[in-house]
Design a protein around this ligand. Sequence first.
Ligand code: SER
Length: 279
Amino acid sequence: MSNFPSLTGAEIRQKFLEFYQRRGHQLLPSASLVPEDPTVLLTIAGMLPFKPIFLGQKEAPFPRVTTSQRCIRTNDIENVGRTARHHTFFEMLGNFSFGDYFKKEAIAWGWELVTSVYQLPPDQLVVSVFHEDETAFAIWRDEIGIPVHRIQKMGEDNFWASGATGPCGPCSEIYFDFHPERGDTHIDLEDDSRFLEIYNLVFMELNRQSDGSLVPLAKQNIDTGMGLERVAQVLQRVPNNYETDLMMPIIDAVSAIATVPYRQCDAKLQTSFKVIADH
Ligand code: SER
């Protein structure tokens, strides 16, 4: 039985931001949900406000920053309330390097954060890398000491881009394993009854052109994203993001107004509560 501490959403956020501030990152406020970016309508990720910096169009105000960015992803709207983890509106914790540190530090700090600060047991974590990224694979295996069967090589799922064109790169993800007793022989990270992606480390070093070709960016950058609601689900040992202290108060308020107790509803009605809470 895992004995990691239960943390509130506010504590998870604070611990993330403090961890990276202690490692030289400037804390910046969440940017507007309406970005100054013609390629997207809304702020879909923590990296969005920094796109001009990654593209070399703007000077970085600091070499390292950390944020808790409010995001909207409309492409997930059909999954809201139906899965344990999808939202349209959510908060993404991130640490960013503008040509300062790269894979080695991002991986080492990401692992330290989840295993030492949040105290998730290493044997309940699986990592993934882009199948061509031998450097990231070797860092996880040789420097962090992850057994090779818990480092999964993935295809396009581990290549992250904010849009059809613009900054992008291979990524490496940390997954929480709810069922380590199922063993290591058939790890399928797509199985969301067992695995939940909690932290995405993007090695932002390419720029996709409108003809689809990839051109190296001037600098090798880091863009990471940790879904606050997902980590809260894990640490608070609740079955979905909605029943965390970040969202349950909204469901409770709706429940009180509707005079319909959420816990006594069938799954279909519970989905409606979750949709309202998300929106
Ligand atoms: N941009 C990446 C994501 O949104 C990491 O922050 O997953």
